[in-house]
Design a protein around this ligand. Structure first.
Ligand SMILES: NC(=O)c1ccc[n+]([C@@H]2O[C@H](COP(=O)([O-])OP(=O)(O)OC[C@H]3O[C@@H](n4cnc5c(N)ncnc54)[C@H](O)[C@@H]3O)[C@@H](O)[C@H]2O)c1
Length: 301
């Protein structure tokens, strides 16, 4: 049997890039797919209703099942309509893949309120919005005595997990998404739902123009279709993972250790400031961690 046979799946931002490949793979794996996308530019301006429909047409032409949704994930009511589209069209909802995203890269000193708010609205609030309406639908189904395996798959980023100069808005939103995944992983199992998160690296319109890595992205390792099998595995009914963050770059898939206390200094009573400054001198100034950014830097040498 196909991995996602009969599962009703919402994929946000599925009109382009990584999300489009998720939608195509999910449909090939037997899912009924809600292809959500506003069809905007990479910076979130504009809209084009045909973006979602084009992917739906591709799925239908290949014999799959899909419906288009053009609501913005950044809208509270729009997110509710995205969830309603799944239930009204396919009779249920099993999986939400929160993937929609935009970029407005600026250094902190040059950041405008609009740059910050728009990026946080799509990534962080958008992830909460769709998750919130899916969760309330799942709570209602659970109260009605129905059980099913349900899943959230969120999209974070190395920028959010490790920081990235010029992306205070995006990195903060993506860090928040990783944290929200852990929260959802604790709150949603009572409704039969798991929540996991991915940090992908892939060649899309968001990355191919980046000065430092744009050219490197032409390598087959960065084909965006490499990301989708992990998302499908996390969406599958028998997936054993919950509350985890995964890295994916090419065919390399990893699981993050998350924030973890590396070394400590202790005292029997409250520190004086002077004592603590002396004691903290023993702590390392830098903790080496295994990051996708380090792998990218290595690959670009
Ligand atoms: N490409 C990478 O290397 C990379 C790395 C880390 C994280 N990500 C994340 O992966 C996700 C997909 O990015 P991508 O690289 O495929 O970019 P992309 O621009 O190709 O696709 C993003 C899609 O989201 C849609 N979208 C934007 N705002 C929306 C909204 N309010 N409601 C619904 N849809 C909306 C866009 O129209 C677009 O089709 C994003 O969350 C991004 O931050 C990508």
């Amino acid at each position: 049997m196909a991995a996602l046979e009969g599962r009703v799946c919402v994929i946000t931002g599925a009109g382009n890039g990584i999300g489009r490949h998720h939608a195509l793979l999910f449909a090939r794996e037997g899912a009924h797919v809600v292809v959500n996308d506003v069809g905007g530019q990479g910076d979130g301006t504009g809209s084009d209703a045909t973006a979602a429909q084009r992917v739906v047409d591709e799925i239908l032409a290949a014999g799959g099942t899909a419906v288009a949704s053009t609501d913005s994930v950044a809208s509270w009511d729009g997110a509710r309509r995205i969830v309603d589209t799944a239930v009204d069209t396919f009779g249920d909802l099993h999986v939400v893949v929160n993937n929609a995203g935009i970029l407005r890269d600026r250094t902190i000193v040059n950041m405008t309120e609009e740059d910050f708010d728009s990026v946080v609205a799509v990534h962080l609030k958008g992830t909460l919005n769709v998750t919130r309406w899916a969760a309330s639908y799942w709570r209602d189904r659970t109260k009605a005595g129905e059980t099913a395996d349900r899943a959230i798959v969120n999209t974070s980023s190395a920028a959010g997990l490790h920081g990235s100069a010029g992306q205070a808005n995006y990195a903060a939103a993506k860090a928040g998404i990783a944290a929200m995944t852990i929260v959802a992983g604790r709150e949603l199992p009572r409704y039969g739902a798991r929540a996991n998160c991915i940090a992908p690296v892939a060649r899309t319109r968001l990355t191919s123009g980046l000065p430092a890595i744009g050219e490197l992205m032409n390598k087959p390792t960065f084909d965006p279709e490499h990301v989708s099998p992990l998302v499908a595995a996390l969406a599958a009914a028998d997936c054993p993972f919950n509350g985890q963050v995964f890295s994916v770059m090419g065919a390399s898939v990893g699981i993050y250790a998350g924030w973890s206390i590396a070394e400590e200094v202790d005292h029997e009573e409250r520190w004086t400031v002077a004592e603590l400054i002396r004691a903290m001198d023993k702590l390392p100034r830098h903790i080496k961690v295994n990051t996708q950014l380090a792998k990218l830097a290595e690959a670009s040498k």
